[in-house]
Write a protein that binds this ligand. Structure first.
Ligand code: SAM
Length: 281
């Protein structure tokens, strides 16, 4: 190994979800920078070896960057791990990786468990395109504002959430994205009580309110993308027609051009254009 920083994924629950390469890397590096050294110590104890552990979390990352760069300059190989899953994914390490790469050292991913990917692989929602939003704000108003921005998003939406916020999160989701939006809640992935709940947003909120067990543990919430094509399309059509009519193009021509732009039937657009032209005149 030439002086490198290894970003090593660790299990998200089931301790056997760690790759041979991850174990080999953790054994071979000189130091492990860990989000919480106590958590990593337990993992290493389970794996049967020990290693120098140094904390690297949100509150000391800036100082640790200097230390890691000094280690690498001395030719050391070091690893970065978080408490669970893939480092940097809703976990510390972004500034470190950015600076280490900028300084010209190798940054090597050692892939493995990651809750967002695990949830997506078994949810049964579209996987070809998705948007990972991580944790939304804790405050309801800010959370609702985020949902507003995502309302028309057609790709699958994925969020992380904790047990004490899951109910409020779902309430805001229902309020903004609607009661009928389809969801999958992936709870306690790879653990004893792993569960997938697939239903509409309101049904899952109601179930969660009645079942305290369902509120326990760690959550990935996956939301079916908006398929409100008709509504979105009709808004766009209106805008197109309005612009054309304002330019004093004839109703017939406006309907023809709008049909070409939007792909909708000319006859329908013609009738719509007549109604709109009455309002404009
Ligand atoms: N770095 C991690 C990863 O690769 O997924 C994520 C760390 S983030 C601080 C922790 C959040 O990830 C949890 O609150 C939960 O939303 C999600 N998560 C982690 N492990 C999970 C699990 N076993 N089941 C469901 N969600 C999990």
């Amino acid at each position: 190994m030439s002086a490198s920083l290894y970003c090593v994924a660790t299990p998200i629950g089931n301790l056997t979800d760690i790759t041979e390469r991850a174990i080999k890397t953790l054994k071979e590096v000189e130091k492990i920078y860990a989000e919480d050294t106590r958590v990593t110590l337990r993992l290493l104890t389970h794996l049967g070896f020990q290693k120098q552990l140094v904390s690297l979390h949100d509150h000391n990352e800036a100082t640790r960057v200097t230390q890691v760069l000094a280690d690498l300059e001395q030719g050391m190989n070091v690893a970065l791990v978080s408490d669970a899953g893939t480092p940097l994914i809703s976990d510390p390490g972004y500034h470190l990786v950015k600076e280490v790469a900028k300084a010209g050292f190798r940054v090597v991913p050692i892939p493995g468990a990651c809750a967002v990917v695990a949830a997506l692989s078994a949810a049964g929602l579209a996987t070809d395109r998705f948007v990972f939003e991580g944790f939304l704000a804790a405050k309801s108003s800010a959370r609702k504002a985020s949902f507003e921005q995502l309302k028309a998003e057609t790709r699958t939406l994925i969020f992380y959430e904790s047990s004490h916020r899951i109910e409020g999160f779902l309430e805001d989701l229902v309020a903004v994205l609607g009661a009928e939006r389809e969801l999958v809640i992936a709870r306690e992935l790879t653990k004893l009580y792993e569960s997938f709940y697939r239903d509409t947003a309101q049904s899952l909120l109601t179930r969660l309110g009645m079942d305290s067990d369902m509120q326990k543990g760690e959550f990935v919430v996956l939301v079916k993308g908006s398929n409100d094509v008709v509504e979105q399309g009709s808004v766009a059509v209106e805008t197109v027609l309005q612009v054309l009519l304002e330019e004093e193009i004839s109703v017939n021509q406006a309907a023809r051009i709008a049909a070409r732009i939007t792909g909708q039937a000319k006859n329908k657009l013609y009738r719509q254009a007549i109604e709109m032209s009455k309002l404009l005149n």
